[in-house]
Design a protein around this ligand. Structure first.
Ligand code: UT7
Length: 327
């Protein structure tokens, strides 16, 4: 039997464009304190959030995914017709079928392309980026749109103060394309995994409300995620001193700072930029990393060509990260 023909491979993948959207409605800590027993000081001190964006009833997760995706395609200098695969990382679709990806692909004007949802909860964007980069490197795809989109407000018990103050809505997206030469490669190998033995610490209960054992997840995140970030760096052949921007999933500012502290103790530079998007965006799960990068870019805190270390973690408990060069 003759050997099967394979698609021509690329040297690797790189990020070509970014986009993000948030609902218009800003909910401050004081707004929440008028409804439940909490206060601005507690939320700032324990989580770092000052305000978050919450979608209205009519705005769907797919709407936000399509809007962020369209912005990323435009930012990449492409048209929707150039996209051949869509991956929507999400854990908050109202129903398991139909998936978000096929709907959002249609919404941005492309049909007949690969379209799948990927659920690795708050690690979803890093998982999606890892899958997309390998698809491009193997020649399966050329331009992949990876979107993290979440409407967490659909799953919140607004009487549960340990959860409802944290989570929020929004979408962030990136377009990945091929690197023509090894020097152009802008997405490093993914370091990922899952701690299924801790699965009970975050989940949806019988009333369809999101619950988490905050302290257990906090302890896990502050001890286990920095080593994953270091592993991602090592896989890319880099050291902490090579990193310009650190973008951990925006779960809690104290967790972000713990990861940054570890990186600094291992030789990160004094001018390391650390994402703190949670302050005004809340925890948007799979959307938080691309949204944070897009906001930092808009604020002039990061530049094209910066080396970013991204790392996501959440329900599962799933985790994953890699090095990306910003578009
Ligand atoms: O994105 C997915 C991954 N998720 C995470 O990474 C979340 C990780 N966990 C966390 O970020 C933190 O554990 C939380 C933000 C969820 C909670 O912060 P904490 O510092 O661990 O608080 P705690 O649960 O230990 O509660 C401390 C106290 C308790 O009161 P007592 O028992 O000491 O009197 C809580 O009842 O704070 C109370 N509390 C609040 N007080 C005011 C809990 N929530 C609130 C609140 N406002 N919203």
């Amino acid at each position: 039997m003759s050997s099967l023909r394979l698609a021509p491979a690329a040297a690797g993948a790189r990020l070509l464009g970014l986009g993000s959207v948030q609902p218009d409605t800003v909910v401050t800590n004081d707004d929440l304190a008028r409804r439940i027993d909490t206060n601005d000081q507690w939320i700032r001190d324990r989580v770092g959030i000052r305000s978050r964006r919450i979608a209205d009833e009519k705005t769907l997760l797919v709407d936000m995914a399509a809007d962020a995706g369209a912005l990323a395609v435009e930012d990449a200098g492409l048209t929707p017709a150039d996209i051949d695969t869509v991956i929507v990382a999400t854990c908050t679709m109202p129903n398991p079928i139909p998936n978000a990806a096929a709907q959002m692909a249609d919404r941005i004007g492309v049909n007949g392309i690969g379209a799948m949802d990927l659920n690795a909860a708050c690690a979803g964007f890093c998982y999606g980026t890892g899958v997309a980069a390998d698809m491009i490197r193997s020649g399966t795809a050329r331009h992949v749109l990876v979107v993290g989109s979440e409407k967490l407000s659909d799953w919140l018990d607004m009487d549960d103060r340990s959860v409802c103050i944290i989570f929020a809505d929004g979408a962030g997206a990136a377009v990945l394309g091929p690197a023509e030469t090894p020097e152009d490669v802008g997405v490093g190998p993914v370091a990922w995994g899952a701690a299924g033995d801790l699965v009970s610490t975050i989940g949806i209960d019988e009333k369809n409300y999101l619950r988490q054992e905050g302290q257990a997840v906090f302890r896990w995140a502050t001890t286990k995620i920095a080593p994953i970030a270091m592993e991602a760096l090592d896989k890319a052949g880099l050291t902490p001193a090579d990193v310009d921007v650190l973008v951990p999933h925006q779960a809690n500012l104290r967790i972000v700072e713990a990861i940054a502290k570890k990186l600094r103790s291992q030789g990160a530079r004094d001018d390391l930029v650390v994402a703190d998007d949670i302050v005004h965006s809340g925890n948007t799960s799979s959307a938080s990393i691309p949204m944070a990068i897009d906001h930092m870019r808009g604020a002039g805190r990061v530049r094209s060509g910066d080396v970013a270390l991204i790392v996501g973690f959440g329900a599962g408990l799933s985790y994953g990260g890699q090095v990306v060069v910003l578009p």
